[in-house]
Design a protein around this ligand. Structure first.
Ligand SMILES: [Zn+2]
Length: 271
């Protein structure tokens, strides 16, 4: 088993491949790719980690905006169940990072590879595209919309179909509405770091007391029963909280969602 995992410790996607973004022409032109921009933990520079058992650097481009290509050395398991080689294109690392890397260099799973940068951008972030198969041609081509898109032998792939989220490795700050499959969840729902449907414990009880107050305050509409079970109704209530707080609506109650409950309550008290 060689599961492909998201390559950052903090996912904070600032732009996907759909909607009114500069990436839209990537996903609607021909050929297409599905890039995401991720600003990671904060405004500083965070590491990109090797997302599978082993990758090698297949191309380094520094004559325009710094870009590099990596390819898995064996087939990997994609999140949608398919198995294939994986090729990624990553952009915006600064010159200092690029100088540290060599074509043919290999990295092992979860090994630090390089830091974010802002070459050709206004702020530190990674622009990343992922595809199935090996690098095709020079790894990119200008598509019918004039965008430089990733080229692989079996085509570009949407990130949520490619990457699993290893819950013990990656914290999701924002997935920008993309829905990723999680792995590596702790068996104990008290130590996992968030609550979800099926959980039944005193942490859920405390969380539901917060939801009850938010319901009374009119912030959410979902009815909350007074016990320690995380049901589908609680998932709905959690999504209502997340919508009100303008954070990712995934129905999981983790630290960001629980903090959002307090912030929403504080707002009610102060008005
Ligand atoms: Zn981008």
């Amino acid at each position: 088993m060689n599961q492909l995992i998201y390559p950052l410790k903090y996912m904070n996607i600032s732009q996907t491949y759909n909607g009114k973004t500069s990436h839209k022409p990537h996903a609607t032109g021909s050929p297409k790719d599905y890039p995401i921009d991720d600003t990671a933990q904060d405004r500083g520079q965070s590491y990109f980690y090797c997302p599978c058992d082993e990758v090698k650097i297949t191309r380094i481009y520094t004559s325009g905006v710094n870009t590099l290509w990596i390819q898995s050395t064996t087939k990997v398991d994609f999140a949608d169940g398919k198995t294939d080689y994986m090729t990624m294109q990553v952009t915006h690392m600064n010159d200092a990072q690029m100088k540290k890397l060599k074509v043919g260099q290999t990295f092992r799973r979860k090994q630090q590879m390089f830091l974010e940068g802002k070459d050709g951008a206004t702020a530190n972030h990674f622009h990343m595209s992922v595809g199935r198969g090996t690098m095709k041609g020079k790894g990119w081509t200008q598509n019918s919309s004039g965008k430089w898109v990733l080229t692989t032998t079996n085509g570009a792939c949407k990130p949520e179909n490619a990457f699993f989220i290893d819950s013990s490795f990656t914290t999701i700050i924002s997935s920008a509405g993309l829905s990723f499959k999680r792995i590596g969840e702790s068996d104990s729902d008290m130590t996992r770091g968030y609550f979800k449907v099926g959980d039944e414990n005193e942490g859920v009880y405390a969380y539901k007391q917060l939801l009850l107050v938010l319901k009374k305050a009119g912030t959410i509409t979902q009815t909350i029963d007074d016990n320690n079970k995380f049901t589908e109704e609680i998932k709905t209530a959690t999504k209502q909280v997340q919508k009100a707080a303008k954070i990712t609506q995934d129905g999981y109650a983790g630290p960001i969602t629980i903090r959002a409950c307090y912030t929403l309550l504080e707002k009610k008290i102060n008005t």
